[in-house]
Design a protein around this ligand. Structure first.
Ligand SMILES: Cc1cc2nc3c(=O)[nH]c(=O)nc-3n(C[C@H](O)[C@H](O)[C@H](O)COP(=O)(O)OP(=O)(O)OC[C@H]3O[C@@H](n4cnc5c(N)ncnc54)[C@H](O)[C@@H]3O)c2cc1C
Length: 338
């Protein structure tokens, strides 16, 4: 969704920090980001705003002012008690449209890494991840976003000159928080969750709860996991048959979950479950890093893929090159006849 013209820079001002919450509590990285935001705002003669989204968080805003915010946008709603990147991103896009920040910084944490890229895509703006230094070009006011590149061998300074807001993420403990001043206060702006978000939340929560009780990948000894290569819900029926035959559980990649073929509770990876089974059989999963971090400690990894060169096929103990719709029925037939 590309909304308004983001090239008219004169309409954009102020430095925003997206507050990082864990179990409903604002995390120290937010205070560090506010410290960085204060220096940037001073160079741009603008203000620091913090955005905090969650449930029962209204009481926590005073720490945001103490650590440097001039204004705080609060979106406090019971339906935001569990982090859902899709929902928070659509709220952020609305806020950006309304208030037009020039710079937006977030934490390079699991939450920030799921949320901030979504905002960047939805607003058609650039994003530099894992910055170690942020500055302002005095010539034209561009945000200078410095980060290691080429395996840390050089430092690259990146700028996103054409669109606003300019977005960056920073890892925890990279920037320094200012000494808090608890006598500081500022303006609180309350924003709501809209009905369209509420409907999405309801759908996602229903899907999540409908299966939560029956999926416990952590207890399984064997997981048969499917990815985009499974091609749809019918493909997962074949995996279920396979799992029933070997007494295993079914898992999935995020691509399969995002496509709506299987509920989120089956997802393995960075933003899903971490598993450590005896056997992990990846069917049509390419093995991107966000998936591998959730399963690479399994004892034996078997991969079935048409492409022999995928990261999953490289790390697999047994790599079967072939069409999973031919390979798996053959395995099931062999198992049944033994
Ligand atoms: C912040 C963030 C968090 C993320 N978290 C997760 C996470 O928790 N878990 C996760 O999984 N991903 C996660 N991702 C997404 C991840 O980057 C990948 O996009 C995703 O894992 C790809 O899923 P896939 O391997 O199923 O799809 P693809 O990469 O498209 O791979 C499909 C594979 O299927 C094979 N194939 C196609 N047809 C057949 C066939 N008939 N027979 C055999 N093989 C076939 C192809 O050769 C290919 O290798 C995250 C991404 C981000 C940015």
């Amino acid at each position: 969704m590309i909304i308004s013209d983001r090239t008219d820079k004169s309409k954009y001002s102020n430095v925003w920090v997206v507050a990082e919450l864990l179990s409903g509590k604002i995390q120290p990285v937010t205070h560090e980001l506010l410290g960085a935001a204060r220096s940037l705002a001073a160079m741009r003669s603008s203000q620091v705003w913090a955005v905090v989204m969650g449930s029962g968080i209204a009481e926590q805003t005073h720490s945001l002012f103490a650590f440097g915010a001039d204004k705080v946008i609060v979106v406090d709603d019971i339906r935001l008690s569990g982090f859902i990147d899709e929902i928070e991103a659509s709220i952020m896009v609305r806020l950006i449209e309304k208030y037009k920040p020039e710079i937006l910084i977030g934490a390079a944490t699991a939450r920030g890494r799921a949320l901030i890229p979504r905002i960047a895509v939805k607003t058609n703006c650039g994003l530099t991840a894992d910055c170690t230094e942020l500055g302002i070009d005095p010539e034209n006011g561009d945000l200078l976003q410095t980060r290691p590149a080429f395996g840390g061998n050089i430092m690259a300074t990146i700028r996103c000159s054409n669109h606003r807001p300019q977005m960056a993420t920073v890892r925890p403990r990279v920037m320094k928080a200012l000494e808090p001043d608890f006598s500081r206060s500022g303006e609180i702006i309350r924003e709501n969750v809209q009905d369209s978000d509420a409907l999405k939340i309801k759908r996602i929560v229903e899907i999540f709860h409908s299966d939560q009780a029956t999926v416990n990948l952590g207890d399984a000894q064997i997981i048969i996991a499917g990815g985009r290569g499974v091609k749809g819900p019918a493909g997962f029926e074949i995996l279920r048959k396979f799992a029933a035959e070997v007494g295993g559980a079914v898992g999935a990649s995020r691509a399969a979950v995002d496509a709506g073929w299987i509920p989120y509770s089956y997802q393995v990876g960075q933003t899903g479950q971490t598993v450590q089974t005896k056997v992990y059989i990846a069917c049509g999963i390419s093995g991107q890093i966000q998936h591998l971090v959730g399963m690479q400690s399994c004892e034996v990894i078997i991969a079935i893929d048409k492409n022999p060169d995928t990261p999953m096929m490289q790390i697999a103990d047994i790599a079967v090159v072939g069409d999973l719709f031919e390979v798996i029925p053959e395995i099931i037939t062999n198992l049944a006849s033994n």
